[in-house]
Design a protein around this ligand. Sequence first.
Ligand code: NAD
Length: 357
Amino acid sequence: MSQARNFTYQSLPMRVVMGPGVLSRLADEIDMAGLKRVLVLCSPPQQALGEAVARLIGHRAAGVHPHARMHVPAESAAVARDRVAELGADGCVAIGGGSAIGLAKAIALETGLQIIAVPTTYAGSEMTSVWGLTENGRKRTGKDPRVLPVSVLYDSELTLSLPAAVSATSGMNAIAHAVEALYAPDASPIISLMAEEGVRSLAAALPAVVANPQDLFARGDAQYGAWLCGACLGATTMSLHHKLCHALGGTLDLPHAETHTVVLPHALAYNQPAAPDAVAALGRAMGGAVNPAMALWELARSLGAPGSLRELGMEEDDIGHIVEQALANPYANPRQVTADGLTGLLSRAWAGEPPTS
Ligand code: NAD
C-alpha cells in the first residue's frame, strides 16, 4: 500500500432481518418500532400478497393500498398520503420492489411516518435514504434520512415468484450499485468489501436462479447480494452509469432494471481505465475476470437478459439528447466524461455490441 488511507464512513441506522420465512416476524418488527396501525403498500400485481400481509399482522393493519407505480408519480403519492390520513395510519409496511418502497418513501418524506420494508426484488431502494417523485414527465430525486426504513425484512421465500427474466435484470440492477460504489468519490474500505461480496454473491446466484427460479438457496444468495449492493447504493454517490440510466428512464421512459442491465457493461468499460482498484475487486468477485465489463456483458447474455437499448424501445436519434443531458450537470466520475466518449458508449449499448473502453 503506497497511499495513505483517507475516507469518511457514515453507517445508516437500520435493522435487517434476513432468512426464508422471516415475514412471520413482521408483527414483532412493527411492535418493536412502536407502530400501532400501518398501511400496507404494494403494486397492483401484488395485491393478494399485500392482503395476506394485512391478515398476518391482524389489528396492526390499517388497510392495504395496492396502487404503487414505477417512478412514483406525484399524484399517486398524494392519493396514498390522503389514505394514510383517512385511516389514521401511524406507519407503512412496503412489500414489493422499488415501486412499493418508493411510494412509502414519498409518504414518509411529507409526514415523517416510519417505514418497514419487505423487498421482493433486488433493486435496493430499501437500503437508501434516496427518494424519487415524478411530475410533469420529470423525475426529481433527493436524500432525506426520514425516508430510510427503520427495519427491512428480507424473506427469500417471497422472491420465488419473481419471474426469471425480472430476477436477471433486477439482479444486474443491484450489481450496478456495487460497481459504482467501488469507484465512488465517497468510497470507503468497508463499502468496497460489501460491494465485492455483493457482486460475488449475485454473479454466482443469478445463473442458478434463472435455471430454477424455485431454488431457495440461490434465491437466498441473490437476496444477500442484493442487500449488500443496496447498502453500497445507500452509502455512496453514484456516477456515470446511474446518471445515464436516470436520463434514459426519465426522458424516454425506458424500463428501469432492463436499462441498467444493458448500460452497465458499457459504462464500466468506459470507466475501467481510470478505476484500477474497482477492476481488481470486480475481477476477484467474478472468478478472476481480467475485463469485468466484458464478464458482466457475458453474464447478462447467459441470463437471457435484453442486450440493446434498441430492443428496449429507444430510437437511435435519441442518443444525442441523452448525451446532452448527461453532460448538462457535472458529477464525479473516475474518467472525464466527453461528448464523443458518451456517444460511442451509448451507440454500442443501443446496437447491442460488446463493451469497449
Ligand atoms: P417494481 O417495484 O416496479 O417491480 C417490478 C414488477 O415486479 C412489479 O409489477 C411488481 O409487482 C413485480 N414484483 C415485485 N416482486 C415480485 C415477486 N417477488 N414476485 C412477482 N412479482 C413481483 O420494480 P423494481 O425494479 O423493484 O424497482 C424500480 C423502481 O425503484 C424504480 O422506480 C427505481 O427508480 C426505484 N429505485 C429506487 C431506489 C432508491 O434508492 N430510491 C433504488 C433502486 C430503485
